[in-house]
Design a protein around this ligand. Structure first.
Ligand SMILES: [Zn+2]
Length: 410
């Protein structure tokens, strides 16, 4: 790749071999199977979506929300699930994967619901996609107990079955069960038993009424599972007094527990009862980063009752974080970009991404010479490279006939 703008602002050639970056510098005269002329455009690592739901995306009018609450979203989506078929789940998942790949996502973790309503149908539909999409995206599938474990008897056995069938990790939602601590214990015990990571939907309310993150952090350390547990949402944390936010951030950092903010859903579903100055419902991103917590921003839902909008593109999630978390300064935007690349890669325990020799050749060329404009201006993705091979090439053109008319007007 010729004339790439690197994160430090320098322009250099990036040579890829065997799926990795082989060298960076002036590589004039070197033979290559394929040369890409970047003309000083920004090149970033491939984007990593640490939290999405492929199985219940694009439900649209099938399961609309009226009240816009979490409880309603769980209820109407649960009802829609009864009509799912394997083909239907697979079709919607492919559409979302295509949307994500075209926008520069090269790795993804999707929650797939496993419960007495759908059984393992979600897995049967999505497991084959891991191989089908492997040339374009690394796909992790999380066996996720959306309906609870204790209040949905049979779920624990189904989670085991999914893990035996090839699920990459296990996930829970302690706020949607009759005994949150028991729920957390079951998920963490399964993670340890199967040697996989755990990923919880956690503390997703306006008021700090659950704070299960504290228990999860303690139990993570007790099991020696540091670095292998992530928490999605965490909006309740933002409602704590500042000193308690900092204390919880330190606890998470020490326990090696990561946080994944889901700005589209968090902003959409939180603050619903606030009639004046509705809260944003976003975890305190700056405090978490300052405490050394691994923090990713991810998509979560794409057009269902939890979030009736969505493009499956991560730059828009970064844009939302920059606005909602007050992170619009240039240095902040660099951190937000890390929340779409290095931080989520760490959560998925992928090789460290970056523009350095030895890093994975998962790269995106953007139509800008400044990487922060990927977020601040939503500069379009031009080209995506996965493991050293081009997976997506966008061609852009715009005709502007009005200019000709202006020139010829009297
Ligand atoms: Zn989610």
């Amino acid at each position: 790749m010729r004339e790439c703008r690197l994160p430090d602002g320098q322009v250099a050639d990036v040579g890829c071999r065997g799926g990795r970056i082989a060298e960076i510098g002036a590589l004039i005269g070197r033979a290559a199977d394929r040369e890409i002329l970047c003309e000083g455009r920004a090149v970033t690592p491939g984007l990593v979506d640490a939290h999405i739901h492929l199985d219940k995306a694009l439900l649209g009018a099938r399961a609309p929300s009226r009240d816009g609450t979490v409880a309603e979203a769980i209820r109407v989506t649960g009802a829609a699930k009864r009509g799912f078929t394997r083909e239907d789940i697979g079709d919607r998942a492919r559409r979302v994967l295509d949307m994500a790949v075209r926008q520069g996502t090269t790795a993804m973790r999707s929650h797939i619901e496993v419960d007495p309503i759908v059984g393992l149908m979600g897995f049967e539909a999505t497991l084959p996609l891991r191989r089908e999409y492997a040339p374009a995206i690394d796909l992790q599938l999380c066996a996720f107990a959306q309906e609870g474990i204790l209040q949905a008897p049979g779920t624990e056995a189904l989670l085991r079955e999914a893990l035996r069938a090839g699920a990459d990790l296990v996930g829970g939602v302690p706020y949607n069960d009759t005994d949150a601590r028991r729920h957390i214990d079951i998920v963490l015990d399964l993670a340890v038993e199967f040697g996989v990571d755990a990923d919880f939907h956690t503390d997703f309310f306006d008021e700090p009424q659950h704070l299960h993150a504290r228990y999860i952090a303690a139990e993570t350390v007790r099991r020696g599972w540091q670095g292998r547990v992530a928490l999605g949402h965490m909006s309740e944390m933002a409602a704590l007094p500042p000193d308690e936010q900092d204390a919880l951030a330190r606890t998470l950092a020490q326990a090696g527990v990561a946080v994944i903010v889901l700005p589209a859903t968090d902003l959409y579903l939180m603050g619903r009862k606030d009639v004046r100055s509705p809260r944003r419902g976003l975890a305190p991103v700056k405090r978490l980063l300052a405490a050394g917590v691994t923090v990713a921003a991810a998509t979560n839902n794409v057009r269902n009752a939890f979030t009736p909008l969505g493009t499956a593109g991560l730059p828009l999630m970064g844009y939302l974080v920059a606005v909602a978390a007050h992170m619009g300064a240039e240095s902040d935007l660099g951190q937000v970009l890390d929340m779409l690349t290095t931080h989520p890669a760490k959560i998925l325990r992928l090789p460290r991404p970056g523009l350095f020799a030895g890093a994975p050749a998962d790269l995106v060329v953007w139509d800008t010479d400044r990487a922060e404009e990927v977020l601040s201006a939503l500069s379009p993705c031009l080209l995506v490279v996965k493991a050293g091979r081009i997976t997506v090439e966008h061609t852009r053109s715009a005709a502007e006939p009005w200019r000709a008319r202006t020139r010829t007007s009297p």
